[in-house]
Design a protein around this ligand. Structure first.
Ligand code: ADP
Length: 175
């Protein structure tokens, strides 16, 4: 089956996929934005799993990803990845953002997931410019799907019109 990439506008906590991705922070202890929404809707089982990961490996580094139950969410798993803080674009923010997508997809594939949904990582509180983030997100997903056959459908779930438009534009480009 040809892998499919799609974009929708909406709330990622409502998505029934094998895995949804959370734009978490390094503490894995919850936060605002999409992180807050996922823990609120998914319930305490997600935080319980996060605590076990923290006890084992002390949180999650920027660009890395970890997996927990989806709790009460329609998704089976939540993959928590930590996007870079944009901070004027200093340092290797682009490579770190690319790593978030790549590592989340790899972790999904390792756990037998065929469908995965992403929010627009780092484009909220972490301040990554949405157009730049969309280019990185779509390129990272296309690159992964070209190299790995496990994932069948990737859905970008955009909370706002700007992100939706930028992702849609990127998806129209040849790769
Ligand atoms: P970050 O700290 O990585 O910037 P945020 O949660 O602040 O994370 O924002 C990431 C993106 O997720 C933003 O574009 C924000 O609008 C979006 N977002 C917030 N809530 C939801 C939700 N329930 N579903 C999907 N996207 C969401």
């Amino acid at each position: 089956m040809n892998p499919k990439i799609q974009v929708i506008k909406g709330d990622i906590t409502k998505i029934k996929a094998d895995a949804i991705v959370n734009a978490a922070n390094t503490s894995l202890m919850g936060g605002g934005g999409v992180d807050g929404a996922i823990h609120r809707v998914g319930g305490p089982a997600i935080l319980d799993d996060c605590r076990k990961i923290v006890a084992r490996q002390g949180g999650c580094k920027t660009g890395q990803a970890v997996i927990t139950t989806g709790g009460k969410l329609p998704a089976k798993y939540v993959i928590h990845t930590v996007g870079p803080v944009y901070n004027g674009g200093k340092g290797d923010v682009a490579e770190l953002l690319r790593s978030c997508y790549r590592n989340s997809l790899a972790l999904a594939a390792e756990n037998g997931c065929k469908t995965i949904a992403f929010p627009n990582i780092s484009t909220g509180i972490y301040g990554y410019p949405k157009a730049k983030a969309a280019e990185i997100a779509v390129n990272a997903v296309k690159t992964f799907l070209n190299q790995n056959e496990a994932i069948e459908t990737v859905t970008f779930v955009c909370f706002d019109n700007e992100n939706y438009t930028f992702i849609e534009e990127q998806l129209k480009l040849e790769f």
